[in-house]
Design a protein around this ligand. Structure first.
Ligand code: HCA
Ligand code: CU
Length: 444
């Protein structure tokens, strides 16, 4: 099969993200939790497109023999990739395949640029998954991989011992020693999330020393909440390829989130690792993904509006004066360009005053703001379902205190309205509708 471009012509960057949202991500139970079950072809096209525009060069997909739909979607995603070549260069589409001729053949037939081959190497996988010994694994894999290399030298090949962190180092070496010469990358998936930063550091060091000419790839599950810190540790110890997904979705609690990793590398000033990534698109890409899952960007995602949202009165007052008081990180550079101040029982009169005056356009003095706040703090506990605290506050100001908003000229009305979360949905191409309502402060 002739390709316009192959991996042999590509100079890998210091950090290459291998996005696996469309493979590992599709194994997320979140799809079931939200009655979504699978990504549609259109979802996949949009995700692939967003990733390519973001600067991702390697996208992992299922082996096409997983289902007829997956096979058809390969064509759709290839078309998206081809469409963006002139604008963004070439993106490699990698097939996640068992180290098995059937998977390998199907992937080659569909035009994959590379094969991410894997087989379980831990004792438990060998006993209960495929039942084969280490030497047998190494021999069969080598035979298959050498064959692929010979017939398809343009393909980029990876081999991973699944469950690598529960595989004894000597066992992993036994298999990798046989394969290192015929692959481009060796993977070390932490399949069940047992690795710690210390074990990651040790493993990466050992593998680099033993296979200095082969690039390493990591894939870290989040069962212990370590997926992010393990990936960071791996990068710091010289691992060049890291598998991530959008929002970190994946089997069980998922894997490393792409934007969380890049954000942390930025905070830690590892700028070389950020070459070619469009960091400002981080929050928009997270919102796009959350939208597809029919959820908000999760509160534990570092690149989120949550990290610029404030509920406590003391914080709110300070943030209105100077956001950095309670916002330490350069999130605006990752596309979170707004802060949010939630109106509620913890809000102080400063915020109520700010909201009614600056956002609603009411004329009121501080004494009135204080009186309204005291009233609001009592009533808000009786808030009816479907009504927002912001609406309750406006009703209170108008009906009980006789406040009237200044008449906003037509041409500015839209801008004023967009400052209120409740009415801002659909205001931009990125719209995250939050459950609570409040004041949005634009940082630019
Ligand atoms: C899987 C397991 C896997 C594979 C990772 C890899 C894991 O779902 O097939 O091949 O890099 O965590 O080990 O996701
Ligand atoms: Cu995995």
């Amino acid at each position: 099969m002739s390709r316009p471009y192959t991996f042999r012509q590509y100079r890998p960057r210091p950090l290459e993200i291998i996005d696996t949202t469309l493979r590992e991500g599709q194994q997320s139970s979140l799809l079931h939790d939200h009655h979504k079950y699978f990504f549609t072809t259109q979802d996949k096209e949009e995700i692939a497109r967003a990733l390519i525009l973001y600067g991702v060069k390697f996208i992992e997909l299922f082996a096409p023999n997983v289902s007829a739909q997956e096979a058809a979607d390969w064509e759709a995603i290839k078309a998206v990739r081809d469409d963006l070549i002139t604008q963004k260069g070439y993106t490699f589409l990698l097939a996640h395949v068992r180290c098995h001729p059937a998977d390998v053949e199907a992937a080659i037939k569909v035009g994959a640029d590379g094969l991410n081959m894997y087989i379980g190497t831990s004792e438990i996988a060998r006993s209960y998954s495929h039942g084969r010994g280490l030497d047998e694994i190494a021999r069969d894999a080598r035979e298959l991989i050498e064959d692929v290399r010979r017939n398809h030298p343009e393909l980029v090949l990876r081999f991973s011992g699944e469950d690598a962190f529960r595989t004894r180092e000597s066992d992993l070496f036994r298999v990798y020693d046989a394969l290192a010469a015929c692959v481009d990358r060796l993977g070390t998936p932490d399949t069940v999330g047992v690795a710690t930063p210390a074990t990651v550091a040790q493993r990466v060091r050992a593998l680099r020393a033993r296979y200095p000419n082969v690039a390493l790839e990591g894939h870290f599950h989040d069962d212990r909440g370590f997926a992010l810190v393990n990936a960071l540790e791996a990068v710091r110890h010289g691992m060049q390829y890291i598998q991530t997904t959008l929002l970190g979705i994946g089997e069980r609690s998922g894997i490393t989130s792409m934007t969380a990793l890049l954000f942390n590398l930025f905070v830690d000033r590892e700028y070389d690792c950020l070459e070619g990534y469009h960091l400002r698109a981080s929050y928009p890409i997270n919102v796009m993904m959350a939208d597809k899952l029919r959820m908000l960007v999760p509160s534990k995602e570092p690149v989120s509006l949550t990290n610029r949202t404030h509920a406590a009165g003391v914080h709110q007052k300070a943030v209105i004066n100077h956001a950095a008081t309670y916002e330490a990180h350069p999130l605006d550079q990752f596309g979170v360009t707004e802060s949010e101040v939630l109106l509620g029982p913890l809000s102080g009169w400063n915020v109520v005053h700010y909201f009614l005056r600056e956002i609603c356009g009411f004329t009121l003095d501080e004494a009135t703001a204080k009186a309204i706040t005291a009233d609001f703090k009592q009533r808000v506990y009786q808030l009816k379902r479907g009504m927002s605290p912001a609406q309750m506050l406006i009703d209170l100001a108008q009906n009980n205190y006789g406040l009237q908003s200044i008449n906003v000229p037509e041409q500015f009305r839209n801008a004023v309205e967009q400052n209120m979360t409740d009415s801002s949905s659909g205001s931009a191409e990125v719209s995250e509708v939050r459950h609570a309502s409040g004041v949005i402060l634009r940082s630019r």
